[in-house]
Design a binder for this molecule. Structure first.
Ligand SMILES: [Ca+2]
Ligand SMILES: [Ca+2]
Ligand SMILES: [Ca+2]
Length: 257
């Protein structure tokens, strides 16, 4: 058994991370205060990363926010380098992003935020916090789709985004060496049956050889049939680097060249 562990550990050295490709996304917030009452109003803000978005926030491409009309009027804006914006659109990047939402509201009117949590890509993380490090408020934007704020201390909210990545892989290529062979089958078996072998699989979609949305013994068996018994090849994307054509809950935190 020990020689198998050494072999598996050696193969594990091939599981090196590669550069990740950031995925585009946008997230709209509708922020409102009691309409028709003192200081009521509604504001739409947009966050995200899009190809072609200027990180320099060029006028006409990004949208300025107007200033609040008086101190008691509701107003929501995005603060970037001391300027007010309705948009926080940036070029796709794998770096974490932070946008600060400023809130001005009449103290007896609570603020209501709504967003479409289903519009967020599965990879990445998205949290909304108070400006004091998340001690008062910390919301996972994927887990809920609205928020009521009635604490007048919350005049700034911090949106933290770990950007989603495009999940690109070669089906079956578990160890990421750009080919599918016996070493991938061994890596899969090692992960399934030698949990202490120190070989995390960074792309479970690649390990899901039969593309049925789960990783289990049937996947290395499927691969063995292909390699040695004339069975069908691992499903697309096979041999060429590509995206998963079928939705599933499996994560792929590596990318292929
Ligand atoms: Ca391989
Ligand atoms: Ca499978
Ligand atoms: Ca799939």
């Amino acid at each position: 058994m020990s020689s198998i562990r050494i072999l598996l550990a050696t193969l594990g050295l091939l599981l090196l991370p590669t550069s990740l490709i950031a995925q585009e996304f946008t997230l709209g917030f509708e922020i409102s205060s009691s309409l028709g009452s003192v200081g009521g109003g509604i504001q739409n803000l947009t966050f995200g990363q899009q190809e072609g978005a200027s990180d320099g926030f060029v006028d006409g491409e990004d949208v300025y926010s107007t200033a609040p009309t008086n101190s008691g009027a509701f107003h929501a804006w995005i603060n970037i380098d001391g300027q007010n914006w309705q948009t926080c659109l940036r070029s796709p990047s794998s770096e974490d992003q932070i946008c600060v939402i400023g809130l001005n509201f009449y103290q007896t009117n609570p603020i209501f935020l709504q967003w479409d949590s289903t519009s967020l890509p599965e990879s990445g993380s998205y949290t909304l916090e108070d400006a004091f490090g998340g001690g008062i408020l910390s919301v996972d934007l994927e887990q809920q789709d609205s928020l009521l704020i009635d604490n007048i201390a919350l005049t700034s909210l911090v949106l933290r985004v770990t950007p989603p990545i495009v999940e690109m892989f070669r089906r079956g290529d578990v160890n990421g060496d750009q080919s599918f062979n016996m070493s991938d089958v061994i890596s899969s078996l090692g992960n399934l049956f030698l949990s202490q072998s120190g070989m995390p699989i960074t792309c479970l979609d690649a390990a899901d050889t039969n593309d049925d949305g789960s990783f289990n013994l049937s996947d290395p068996v499927f691969g063995l049939y292909y390699l040695f018994n004339g069975g069908p090849n691992p499903l697309a994307p096979f041999q060429d680097c590509g995206e998963d054509p079928t939705e599933d809950p499996l994560d792929c935190t590596s990318s292929c060249p």
